[in-house]
Design a protein around this ligand. Structure first.
Ligand SMILES: [Zn+2]
Length: 281
């Protein structure tokens, strides 16, 4: 009986300690337990999913190309480059970039973009196509202008639109350098630096008319089912050396702790359930 009490106390203490100190464990190693603290993570319309192309419904009439405003412009405006301990994120400071079209119901404003990548080239993307993973995936997160700001849009059914791009290992991608070259300034969790505004369009594939569409969720807690996902067919190139920078130069820990890679910051695949994935062509 005494042993049981000791066990119980240990479990309570460990859970408490983990809740406050094992951020990586809570967010990344045990995503199957997220729903205990964040009930939406146990919902029926979660992301990411495996897109089985044989089951995709073509809808070229509605899934027209996006119109991107402000994606081309550089200039004096700056962007905030952040290591938040579970990804590298670029926070946009104004409403200068937006999308319409693509069968979205309204104008969606770009709020931030970030990356998910693996420890090796066989994994890292969140979504998969016919079971195939890519070494990295980028999410450009937009919110519906009708909800005024990102926080208010976050949990609304039509609140967010995420444009998602896979990466494949290939030639060096100079358009990623303005981000990667600044990694030495943000090695640890909560580090920030300022970068010149990127012309994000240059980073994206040349053709953007081929994409998949389904309704899903945020892939991190609180997992709200508020995302219109657009997963683009054509991958972006990244060199092996550039991938290694993501793997080795930024860490999930604070400065005074032992270095731990951010790599493998992807959520496992979620069941599609009754949802349909559509494609633009
Ligand atoms: Zn993401």
């Amino acid at each position: 009986m005494i042993l049981c009490y000791v066990c119980l106390i240990c479990i309570v203490l460990l859970t408490f300690a983990c809740k406050y100190y094992c951020y990586h464990i809570i967010f990344l190693t045990r995503p199957d337990h997220w729903y205990l603290d964040y009930p939406h993570c146990g919902g029926n319309s979660q992301s990411p999913v495996n897109i089985q192309t044989v089951n995709v419904i073509r809808d070229s009439q509605n899934l027209v190309p996006f119109e991107m405003k402000g994606y081309d412009s550089t200039g004096d405006l700056q962007m905030d480059l952040e290591n938040n301990g579970h990804t590298i994120q670029i926070n946009l400071k104004d409403k200068g970039m937006s999308i319409t079209g693509g069968n979205l119901s309204n104008v969606y404003i770009a709020h931030q973009f970030h990356f998910h990548w693996g420890k090796n080239n066989k994994r890292g993307s969140e979504h998969a196509i016919d079971g195939k993973y890519f070494p990295m995936e980028m999410h450009i997160v937009h919110y519906n202008l009708k909800h005024n700001n990102f926080s208010q849009a976050l949990n609304k059914q039509d609140g967010l639109a995420v444009l998602s791009f896979f990466f494949q290992v290939g030639k060096n991608n100079v358009n990623l350098d303005p981000v990667i070259q600044r990694f030495p300034e943000i090695p640890n969790k909560d580090d920030h630096t300022t970068i010149q505004k990127l012309a994000l369009r240059n980073l994206l594939p040349k053709t953007l008319d081929g994409y998949f569409r389904y309704h899903g969720s945020l892939t991190t807690p609180p997992c709200y089912e508020s995302v219109q996902w657009s997963i683009f067919n054509e991958p972006i190139n990244i060199s092996q050396k550039q991938l290694q920078s993501f793997r080795n130069k930024v860490h999930q820990n604070f400065a005074n702790e032992t270095n731990r890679d951010i790599s493998d910051d992807y959520r496992p695949l979620q069941p599609l359930n009754q949802r349909t994935v559509y494609s633009s062509k």
